[in-house]
Ligand binder design. Structure first.
Ligand code: BGC
Length: 435
């Protein structure tokens, strides 16, 4: 191309060279390894957007994507790498896990970036708390997911003259009609974390955020023994009757089943919205989105955050640049549009959000009284307690012979153990971080 132009004269060739230099971005000079669990088709697109924006800043995103919904594998890989002295520069660590890592002094303090960028001015208070450890900012927040999201198939609902259920008894009525029409009422996996996600929705519906916190944040034995916990467990078993044979499908397969009209409803975090788009499903046309029954006034949240590991201070300028970039209004809006969540900024523009995101963002904006931190997504308790509670709920779900009272007793025993263990331990996670 240049040779062909040169034959028309040196001036033209020089001008074209200059133009090419102006339009070609300079090659990346620093690279950062980023460990995360965004591996589905839509999650990949959202991660790629961040990588592209970083490339504009001459930072090369070296991808370390670990499959496993809700970070099942990523947490283990991260621990292994840190123990081997091979921590990635940037990592997706969310919720209470941030404090666990920060407590070991391993996370880079981002106070300079946060102060210079006035983060306190525009972050929701809950987000501000979440990214702070001992008064230092140690993570950059990306977006807020709503875990209590109900999806329903609009064609099936129209055909059967159903309206989206607002309560669990309405859900039961809709489920019966769907089944009578030969459609599975609910797309749901029996994988442990997905069952526990349904259970936390049921607890929230049964009791509201205050009791929810008693159970999952303060892990009070009295809350475990409470009739509201028994009620949520009973409901979980009833719902099991509305799904097909228990199987441990990944969440992406559950989305696929719902997209193929093989189930009338689905309850899942709003990241499913972006995955539905991969199946050519359009919100408000093919499917509708609302809050899970009984949780319309509440926001069960998971907040995505990236933290930076200290160690090699040569990476610090790039790490700080990345943190600064993640907080810009344009990255917040564009990333969340692809990811399905909503910006962490109070000054975000709701006009740029779809109907589902707008409902999520405006509900979250009402503050801590309506917010409930997702246990499954590490917002409520430390990793060990979380894993043990999930395992207990899963055991109850899988084995119909386990009575509610036994599951409650075992949860209570676990809680007593956790509370004992956390007494006097630095970084004990019995503080209610949502407040
Ligand atoms: C994360 C989401 C992710 C989902 C499914 C959640 O813990 O917050 O970003 O899409 O897990 O893996």
């Amino acid at each position: 191309m240049l040779a062909a132009c040169a034959c028309h004269g040196g001036v033209l060739a020089a001008a074209q060279l200059a133009a090419a230099a102006a339009t070609t971005p300079p090659s990346p000079t620093t690279s950062l390894q980023v460990l995360h669990w965004w591996t589905s088709a839509s999650e990949r697109k959202a991660a790629d957007l961040l990588a592209a924006r970083l490339a504009d800043e001459r930072i090369d995103w070296q991808d370390v994507a670990i499959p496993g919904g809700a970070g099942l594998g990523a947490g283990k890989v991260l621990k292994g790498r840190v123990l081997a002295g091979d921590a990635p520069e940037v990592t997706q660590i969310i919720g209470v896990s941030i404090a666990e890592w920060a407590d070991m002094g391993l996370l880079l303090e981002l106070d300079n970036v946060a102060t210079a960028g006035n983060w306190n001015n525009f972050l929701f208070p809950t987000i501000r708390q979440l990214i702070q450890h001992r008064k230092h900012v140690v993570a950059a927040p990306l977006g807020i997911h709503r875990v209590n999201t109900l999806y329903y198939n609009r064609a099936l609902f129209a055909q059967l003259k159903l309206t989206p259920p607002q309560t669990w008894s309405e859900f039961e009525a809709a489920a019966q009609r769907l089944r009578a029409a030969g459609v599975q009422p609910l797309a749901q996996s029996s994988q442990d974390w997905q069952v526990a996600a349904l259970f936390e929705n049921l607890v929230l519906a049964e009791s509201g955020p205050e009791f929810y916190r008693e159970l999952f944040v303060r892990r009070s034995p009295a809350a475990a023994a409470d009739r509201r916990t028994a009620e949520a467990l009973r409901r979980l078993r009833t719902i099991k009757g509305w799904i097909r044979q228990p199987d441990e499908r990944p969440w992406t397969d559950v989305v696929g089943q719902f997209a193929r009209q093989q189930a009338g409803m689905m309850i899942m975090g709003d990241w499913a919205k972006s995955e539905l788009a991969e199946h050519n499903q359009t919100l408000d046309q093919d499917y509708g989105c609302g809050a899970a029954p009984g949780t319309g006034n509440y926001h069960l949240y998971s907040v995505d955050t990236l933290a930076m590991f200290t160690g090699d201070y040569r990476h610090m300028p790039a790490q700080e640049k990345m943190a600064r970039l993640l907080m810009t209004p344009s990255v917040q809006a564009d990333f969340n549009a692809l990811k399905g969540g909503v910006p962490v900024r109070r000054d975000a523009d709701p006009a740029r959000m779809d109907s589902c995101a707008r409902a999520s963002w405006t509900t979250f904006a009402k503050g801590a009284a309506v917010q409930a931190p997702s246990l499954v997504h590490r917002m409520a308790s430390d990793e060990t307690s979380r894993d043990a509670i999930i395992a207990e709920v899963h055991r109850y779900f899988m084995d119909d012979r386990v009575p509610e009272a036994e599951a409650q007793r075992r949860l209570g025993a676990l809680f007593r153990l956790f509370n004992l263990r956390s007494q006097g331990v630095p970084g004990a996670q019995d503080i209610d971080r949502g407040r």
